[in-house]
Write a protein that binds this ligand. Structure first.
Ligand code: PGA
Ligand code: ZN
Length: 449
């Protein structure tokens, strides 16, 4: 028996390096690698949004001609030349310290000097390297043992609109939630059956062009009205042999900032103009007509009051989710909690830039009784960290696109592997997640290191 790994200094960071890789939209992004003295290795990449919140941390791009301005050589340089020299020699388990050191090195409120894309890649790679050095999977490193792990309910975006598709749908995402399953793998089977049935439904009504897919792998049919998309989902669920509202529920990401017209103080929905009150009534009708369990960003990102009004009207039966509203930022979340703006919060690590800040946000949201949904971005890579974060933090929900396209299936496939690895030691969140019965365990490990 040798000494424990930490006594050998195995967790000490030996090297940090970065490179440019491509994301799922063919844009450059940052990939970071961290190596520990004990041979532990972590690799992570920054995703990128298309319908970003205006309060997100900054994604540093080169500008200029190459890659139409989207190059990341400055962010890569910042990792190799500014961050790496400061991280070498530190203990990779000291995530909070390392993350705050990077924030200090950056020195701006929105990480605009080093770039949130540089910082997030390193932050996640550090956690992965420490987990690897300890020979435990990332979800276990994040969440500790001693408590049942929870496989999240997936929110699968199978009809794409808004900024993610070349059609006229005003809402950005039309999702299904296969809650009526005993296991995560069974939930994925149901989702895949509905996804493929939907293909036939769309083809029959809208022609072959309708089954082209958008940025997140969902179909992007030439629809004009949100109800068309919801009707197609209901039809596909039934035709696949399930009961809408039973095994499969619906979820929306309106991403309303992107159809809000500031000059007119109005929302452009389905080709018409709605006031904030009219939009609220429109949501009220939709949740009566369809089995909608979750609505994300129903109003534009500064209107906390309208969110609060909707939450007070439907919050007992529908998750009202803040994405652009909160941008994974604790300050904005606190305002939302105070105003009871929503009863759920989306979590995107790259919106804020470090794992520590994202976990603080998730815990604050959960402690306030909010549901937490871990989320991908529309521009993704093969990185599967978010699957581990959802399981490790026992959030009970993950949103990572359609069950198609490699960068989306990478996350679902990782969850299938995790479920298999945990065998009887994990439960599928299922309907319990919606009723708020999922226990949110205090994360152990990295945050106490
Ligand atoms: P984005 O969209 O990644 O393009 O910002 C995802 C979302 O709004 O949830
Ligand atoms: Zn969103």
């Amino acid at each position: 028996m040798g000494l424990p790994a930490e006594l050998y200094g195995d967790f000490v960071i030996e090297d940090v390096r970065a490179r440019m890789i491509l994301d799922s939209r063919g844009n450059p992004t940052v990939e970071a690698e961290v190596v520990t003295r004990g041979g532990g290795f972590g690799r992570a990449a920054a995703p990128a949004g298309a319908s970003k919140g205006s309060h997100e941390a900054l994604e540093l791009r080169d500008g200029g001609k190459a890659f139409k301005g989207k190059g990341v050589s400055r962010a890569v340089y910042n990792i190799n030349s500014v961050i790496a020299p400061r991280l070498r020699g530190l203990d990779s388990r000291h995530q909070r310290l390392i993350d705050s050191l990077m924030c200090q090195l950056d020195g701006t409120p929105n990480k605009s000097r080093l770039g949130a894309n540089a910082i997030v890649a390193v932050s996640l790679a550090v956690a992965k390297a420490a987990a690897d050095t300890a020979s435990v999977p990332l979800y276990e490193y994040i969440g500790g043992v001693g408590g049942t792990f929870i496989l999240p309910v997936p929110l699968l975006n199978i009809i794409n609109g808004g900024a993610h598709a070349g059609n006229e749908l005003s809402f950005q995402e039309f999702m299904i939630m296969p809650v009526g399953a005993d296991t995560f793998s069974d939930a994925i089977r149901i989702a895949v059956e509905v996804y493929h049935t939907l293909k036939g439904v769309l083809k029959e009504k809208y022609g072959a062009m309708a089954v082209n897919v958008g940025d997140e792998g969902g179909y992007a049919p030439p629809m004009k009205k949100n109800r068309e998309a919801l009707d197609a989902l209901i039809k596909a669920i039934s035709k696949a042999g399930y009961t809408p509202g039973q095994e499969v529920l619906l979820a929306l990401d309106a991403a309303a900032s992107h159809f809000y017209d500031k000059s007119r103080n109005a929302y452009i929905v389905d080709g018409g103009q709605l006031s904030r009150e009219e939009l609220l009534e429109y949501y009220m009708r939709l949740v009566d007509e369809y089995p909608i369990a979750s609505i994300e960003d129903p109003f534009y990102e500064e209107d906390f009051e309208a969110h609060a009004e909707l939450t007070s009207r439907i919050g007992n039966r529908v998750a009202v989710v803040g994405d652009d509203l909160y941008v994974t930022n604790l300050e904005r979340l606190r305002k939302g909690v105070e105003m009871r703006a929503t009863n759920a919060a989306l979590l995107k690590v790259n919106q804020i830039g470090t794992l520590t800040e994202a976990m603080d946000y998730a815990r604050a949201a959960a402690a306030s009784g909010m549901k937490v949904i871990v989320s991908h971005r529309s521009g993704e890579t093969e990185d599967t960290a978010i699957a581990h974060i959802a399981v490790g933090m026992r959030t009970g929900f993950i949103k990572t696109g359609a069950p198609a396209r490699g960068e989306r299936t990478a996350k679902y496939n990782e969850l299938l592997r995790i479920e298999e690895e945990l065998a009887g030691d994990a439960v599928y969140a299922g309907r319990l997640a919606l009723r708020g019965l999922i226990y949110f365990y205090t994360a152990r490990g990295i945050l106490q290191a």
